[in-house]
Design a protein around this ligand. Sequence first.
Ligand SMILES: NC(=O)c1ccc[n+]([C@@H]2O[C@H](COP(=O)([O-])OP(=O)(O)OC[C@H]3O[C@@H](n4cnc5c(N)ncnc54)[C@H](OP(=O)(O)O)[C@@H]3O)[C@@H](O)[C@H]2O)c1
Length: 265
Amino acid sequence: MNTKTDTEVWYLSLGLVVFGVTASILQTYVSAPYGKFSSTHRSWGPSISPKLGWLLMESPAFYVSAAVFFTQSDPAHRYNTVNLLLLSLFIFYYLVRSLVYPLLMTSKQPMPIVVMFSAWFFCAYNGYLQGIYLAKYSTTESLTTTDTTSTLTTLRLTIGTLLFFVGWYINQASDHQLRSLKKHSDGYKIPQGGMFQYVSAANYLGEIIEWCGYAVASWSIPALAFAVFTALQLGRRGLSYHQWYQQKFKEEYPKDRKAIIPFIL
Ligand SMILES: NC(=O)c1ccc[n+]([C@@H]2O[C@H](COP(=O)([O-])OP(=O)(O)OC[C@H]3O[C@@H](n4cnc5c(N)ncnc54)[C@H](OP(=O)(O)O)[C@@H]3O)[C@@H](O)[C@H]2O)c1
């Protein structure tokens, strides 16, 4: 793990984990009021269209991280292959999530502005954290040298990037399956096939694998903090989805399907 990390980055990473723990405890009592749990949204104040909500709330992650990286880095960090690859993975995910996902989405459930703002804040915060880490504290070493450190970095980068894309594929394929369920009618149905054979929240499982892959590739405290945040946040909501499916579909719902981790949880 790269510990060449300034106090600012340590505290911001700690803040992310504390935010994740707090949000997942709160979600034990109140599920974030969008999607399946949006029936309570009226008590959460005014809402906006979900397409606009996703665009506004997810986009700061890519424009804040890119702006911070390109304005705060010195040339040694800015033109380093490792840093550019990590930034590209992060920006790639958020470009797809904030620009392509809203265009494809079929949901008509309105999104409370308060949900949109809290996600906007999270994405700006995390974009700043990942961007400033890559701009100032990540590696400046070259992958072309043959020493042990460089070999280890290449190995972690390769395994982590592969894991990132495996997770991304599971996440995208599962989101696609869910969208297809709404093509012919508006109601919720039991998703079948793919990773849904094993877990109720297959898209969340993919997302968790993806950011764990990013943490392996980056081998840094900020990326680890983000992976922990994602696991806490989506793991908690995945558990709620599982209970929701069991209560809605009762006997019809597959008994051997787990919530978020195949065969385990
Ligand atoms: N990194 C993060 O912290 C983070 C946080 C949140 C989300 N995300 C990602 O963003 C994506 C969307 O998240 P989400 O929370 O909106 O996911 P979701 O609740 O699973 O919903 C995804 C889409 O599928 C529809 N849907 C869900 N279950 C369905 C069913 N049984 N039958 C028919 N349609 C169904 C939803 O419609 P409705 O909207 O009408 O329910 C929505 O359009 C996921 O890939 C997730 O991993 C990431």
